[in-house]
Design a protein. Structure first.
Length: 201
């Protein structure tokens, strides 16, 4: 079953291109990342030709490609035909979904758990597809607030449910490794749509 946007067009934030709008060229992108990493190491006073760092630029490039792979995926590609007609109208909750993302302000990871709930409106989604939808958006440069809203909005678009609720709890290494260096603080964000917002339990 193909999921179509209400406008008939794929929303901009789903386009499998670079954020700049440029077509994605994997080979060109990796070469650029490798060269850039070598320059970064040199700027930090390191020798990228020494044994321990010799292959680091290539490894870093591959790691960043994976950590930002959400830019090149759509929810259509991960949900596929896992939508089913079902008369249930009770709350469905998938909780404690592990997530890893990259803070766009410092390019350092944040990680934690997401809890996702929805109230069906004649349609349900395969449970494993909810974490996959989350990963499409988490594997990008993000802020937690936007990530939370994007997951909620996308589930609203796909399911047209009676309501959607997304809560994310995450630790941010940009607060733990640098800056205020607070090791035990974590951030909670929420996005409530439909009945979860208008008729909270």
């Amino acid at each position: 079953m193909k999921i179509a946007a209400a406008s008939g067009k794929t929303p901009k934030f789903l386009a499998p291109k670079l954020p700049s709008g440029e077509p994605y060229d994997c080979k060109k992108s990796r070469n650029t990342l490798v060269k850039g990493t070598r320059k970064l190491l040199a700027a930090l006073g390191e020798d990228s030709t020494r044994e321990g760092l010799l292959d680091t630029p290539k490894r870093y490039a591959k790691a960043m490609e994976y950590l930002t792979s959400g830019y090149h995926k759509t929810t259509e590609s991960v949900v596929g035909d896992a939508l089913f007609n079902e008369g249930s109208s009770e709350i469905v909750v998938v909780r404690d979904i592990e997530l890893f993302s990259m803070c766009e302000h410092h390019m350092l990871p944040f990680y934690g758990k997401a809890h996702v709930a929805y109230i069906p409106n004649g349609k349900i989604i395969g449970l494993s597809k909810i974490p996959r939808v989350l990963d499409v958006y988490a594997r990008r440069f993000q802020v937690q607030e936007r990530l939370t809203s994007q997951v909620a909005e996308e589930l609203v678009r796909i399911l047209k449910p009676q309501g959607v609720a997304v809560i994310i709890e995450a630790f941010h290494l940009c607060m733990m490794m640098r800056g205020v260096q607070k090791q035990h603080s974590y951030t909670i964000t929420s996005a409530m749509r439909g009945k979860f917002r208008t008729d909270p339990i």
